[in-house]
Ligand binder design. Structure first.
Ligand SMILES: [Zn+2]
Length: 371
């Protein structure tokens, strides 16, 4: 594996971009941020918000829809949209499978901060079949949840003819994985992001046993052409405001009542305690990702910390070595019980997904091939 010269971004991340000096797309975005006229961007965003308010008045609806998990980024984005842009917001929450107590608390907290929220909970029997299918065929526990999270805001906006959708992070910027993705503020095509890769749910689950097309309505992303015809626009907040920052968003949200995890970091495989607050399956998914791609969420977080100048690159590597690929036994057991397998089958299955960046030493243990 090769790493970015400035952070700990590995070259095994799908669609990752490096320039000729070996610097990753996310670090380049961090540099680019210094040259942007942020006041002009903010005014552009205010212009979009003012357009939405005018349109909403004509249509007799909300100004904007936000898809929320209740976590750090969506709490920050919701409050920014309302308090800074003056938007009348409708929040939409698609329940992830294995919703945590903290996740429920945070959604309730967001509601109490003064928002209308629509909760979407899909049929758990269908969800379970899909997640099992994803586990065995794709080595992933998270795809189905991403479908409902991403598509729900767009579906609700369409139903109520709400003119504007605001998303928080554009991962093409923050993760630097921009090949084939737009690096601007426009967010009507979020279904092209890494996990969904432009494949709609009807296509992906066409051969999923016991699941038919009619079961997948809420999973399927609406046709972008349809959004256009109704007059719905969608934008990433991150593109327009300089203060977008993972830790900053968390600190802001904690001040507004966000509850974070209490586990040891090695149970979470993470550098911070505010990852995936609403879903335990997600933690196990990061472990599987570690087998597949040679890195987990601690890598992402270490990269953010390095770019913000809070830690050095060496300290970043140390965190990665310490936490990547770690996941509490209780979470693995819970995921196995959910899909109806033993932990032995779990380990055997995920071994099949081990990527080519791993090598086995003479003692039989696996290490990453690092250049
Ligand atoms: Zn980098």
């Amino acid at each position: 594996m090769k790493y970015c010269k400035k952070c700990v971004q590995p070259d095994t991340r799908p669609r990752i971009y490096f320039n000729e000096d070996g610097v990753c797309g996310a670090c380049l975005w961090k540099e680019e941020k210094k040259t942007i006229d942020w006041e002009a961007r903010r005014q552009e965003l205010q212009g979009i918000a003012d357009w939405a308010k005018k349109e909403a008045k004509k249509r007799g609806t909300y100004d904007c829809v936000l898809g929320v998990s209740g976590g750090k980024d969506t709490t920050f984005t919701s409050l920014y949209a309302r308090d800074r842009l003056g938007l009348n917001c409708l929040l939409v929450n698609a329940w992830p499978e294995q919703m945590t107590e903290i996740g429920r608390y945070n959604i309730e907290n967001l509601c109490k901060l003064g928002f209308d929220i629509i909760n979407i909970k899909t049929n758990p029997r269908v969800m379970r079949k899909i997640i099992r299918d994803d586990f065995f065929k794709r080595g992933n526990l998270n795809i189905s949840t991403e479908y409902t999270i991403w598509s729900s805001a767009y579906r609700v906006a369409m139903e109520h003819k709400v003119p504007l959708i605001i998303q928080g992070e554009n991962e093409a910027l923050t993760l630097g994985a921009s090949e084939g993705q737009t690096r601007d503020g426009e967010a009507t095509q979020v279904y092209k992001n890494n996990t969904l890769s432009g494949v709609n749910a009807f296509q992906r689950y066409a051969d999923c046993e016991g699941v038919s097309r009619k079961d997948l309505f809420l999973y399927n992303f609406p046709d972008p052409g349809l959004l256009d015809r109704i007059g719905i626009r969608a934008y990433y907040l991150e593109f327009y405001i300089n203060e977008w920052d993972q830790v900053g968003n968390a600190e802001f949200s904690i001040k507004h009542g966000l509850k974070i995890r209490e586990d040891d970091l090695s149970e979470l495989g993470s550098v911070q305690k505010f990852c995936a607050l609403d879903s335990d399956l997600w933690l196990v998914n990061q472990l599987i990702k570690y087998y597949k791609l040679g890195f987990g969420y601690a890598t992402d977080e270490a990269c953010y910390e390095i770019r913000e100048g809070r830690i050095t690159r060496e300290e970043g590597f140390e965190l990665v070595r310490k936490y990547d690929g770690k996941c509490g036994e209780k979470y693995i057991k819970k995921a196995c019980d959910y899909i109806g397998i033993t932990t032995d089958i779990f380990w055997r299955e995920i071994e099949k997904w081990r990527g080519p960046m791993w090598r086995r030493d003479s003692g039989g243990s696996w290490t990453l091939k690092n250049d």
